[in-house]
Design a binder for this molecule. Structure first.
Ligand code: SAH
Ligand code: SF4
Ligand code: F3S
Length: 444
């Protein structure tokens, strides 16, 4: 007699939090169909790769993974191999799948969530790859299996209207669309009742929330409504566009109880020439003023950023302007990327592409400088007491808990009782450029 075996699924997620959220929805559908999650790809009946297209490296990772999965699919032809998300929304990727990876069962883009069950069924019956490449979808009332029970992602906008000249996101995620405030508020309320302690509002440019809605509401007002909800929880949001970071948003953060004092403001470049070519809509002077306003108004803040080096036409002088901004502003942390040309974007067609060796040299130099600055800033926290929300255990050492300060700094601490989901005070005893460590003082 064969032993009953429940069907299993595995999802590998690349890219940003929006993709993490979409994977939670795919997992929600699969759990509703009685699938259970497995850590092992080989064990999965449905194997999903949720892809990112933001840089070539992210795409190459997926293609080499597909190459490795070819033999698994041959050995296990009944397994359903699904390629999902941003990459699939591009014609050149579709062509490559057709030419080289015909063993993929289903390839669906970012607007296919609602049809996932029927697409999976269709793919089972089809000898060829099933493609689904819609350009729009209504995303309310989807099932969800959240990956975490302390922190949750809640989209406020989908898509992006900014068309920064280097960026593929508007091309693969579509134009910006705000969710109705009552849907966001109800989702957050539901999460608080379930015991979630940290809500991260998601959107490619959360600051422009509300545009296009019948109801007159903006991001500052949404933050204010959420801050007033009952319960002990934190509010974070990703990502902000410096151009749309209004004075009202700063005031609400300053007055609010739950909104974290962490400002992630992608600068991208410190050169006005390059900012203009990037279509970012602000100057370095505007950005410096914004930082000053935040630092003057919000106590105990942290400011982080994203930088791209080697954008087409970036001269030595432009690069030095970026370096100068890092030194002037002294960010708590910076995520620095080498410019990656993306087919279909304006910048990919620009002349004066910067040679790879120069891009490399520039990123190494910026990282060196930023690491030193982050180290110096974090060192100031030595001996201080910080409140953190404990969110899990360290991947490398299960006796160590990890949490984050309101300013989004990761803190490790050892404790002999379970602290997950608790707000605690720690005394900082060790600091590095990306993480801190401390001793438990008391549970709040
Ligand atoms: N909507 C967010 C996230 C965009 S992607 C935002 O606007 O900030 C995250 C980061 O990837 C961007 O901030 C940018 O620094 C980087 N990025 C985007 N396109 C890129 C490209 N073509 N090459 C290198 N880095 C890129
Ligand atoms: Fe891309 Fe710019 Fe939109 Fe961010 S704001 S997703 S960088 S186009
Ligand atoms: Fe990547 Fe798509 Fe996010 S391209 S960064 S996963 S929106």
């Amino acid at each position: 007699m064969s032993k009953y075996r429940s069907k299993k699924y595995h999802i590998s997620t690349y890219g940003c939090q929006m993709n993490v959220y979409d994977s939670e929805i795919l997992a929600g559908y699969l759990e509703n169909m009685n699938y259970t999650f497995t850590e092992e790809e080989e064990d999965a009946d449905v194997l999903i790769i949720n892809t990112c297209a933001v840089r070539e490296k992210a795409e190459e990772k997926v293609f080499s993974k597909l190459g490795r999965l070819r033999s698994l699919k041959i050995a296990k032809p009944e397994m359903n191999l699904v390629l999902w998300g941003c990459m699939v929304q591009q014609e050149n990727v579709i062509r490559r799948i057709k030419n080289k990876f015909g063993f993929v069962d289903l390839a669906a883009g970012t607007h296919s969530l609602k049809r996932f069950p029927e697409l999976l069924e269709k793919a089972r019956l089809s000898p060829k790859t099933v493609f689904d490449l819609e350009t729009e979808e209504e995303k309310e009332e989807l099932p969800i299996k959240r990956g975490h029970n302390i922190k949750a992602w809640v989209p406020v906008t989908y898509g992006c209207n900014n068309f920064c000249s280097y960026c593929i996101v508007p091309h693969v995620r579509g134009l910006e669309k705000s969710r109705l405030p009552q849907n966001i508020i109800n989702e957050v309320k539901g999460l608080i009742v379930k015991g979630y302690k940290e809500i991260t509002l998601l959107g490619q440019n959360v600051n422009s929330y509300g545009k296009g809605l019948k109801q007159n509401i903006n991001f500052a007002e949404l933050l204010n409504l959420l801050d007033r909800l009952e319960g002990q929880f934190l509010i974070r949001y990703l990502t902000s566009h410096p151009r749309d970071f209004s004075d009202d948003i700063i005031s609400i953060i300053q007055q609010g109880q739950k909104i974290c004092e962490h400002f992630h403001l992608p600068l991208q470049s410190g050169s006005n020439n390059i900012l203009d070519l990037m279509n970012r809509g602000y100057t370095r002077e505007y950005y410096l003023e914004l930082i000053e306003k935040i630092r003057n108004q919000v106590a105990n803040n942290s400011i982080t950023t994203d930088i791209i080096v080697g954008f087409p036409g970036e001269t030595k002088k432009d690069f030095e302007d970026t370096l100068d901004m890092l030194e002037k502003i002294r960010f708590d942390a910076a995520y620095i990327f080498v410019y990656s040309p993306r087919k279909g974007t304006k910048a990919a067609k620009m002349k004066k592409q910067v040679p790879e060796n120069i891009k490399k040299r520039r990123i190494v130099l910026l990282n060196e400088i930023q690491n030193k600055i982050s180290m110096e800033i974090n060192k100031l926290l030595l001996g201080t007491e910080q409140q953190i929300l404990v969110e899990g255990k360290s991947k490398t050492d299960p006796s160590v808990f990890t949490g984050r300060t309101r300013t989004n700094k990761i803190v490790h601490l050892s404790a002999d009782k379970n602290l997950i989901g608790k707000f605690v005070n720690v005394e900082i005893t060790e600091t590095k450029s990306w993480t801190l460590a401390g001793n438990l003082k008391h549970i709040i």
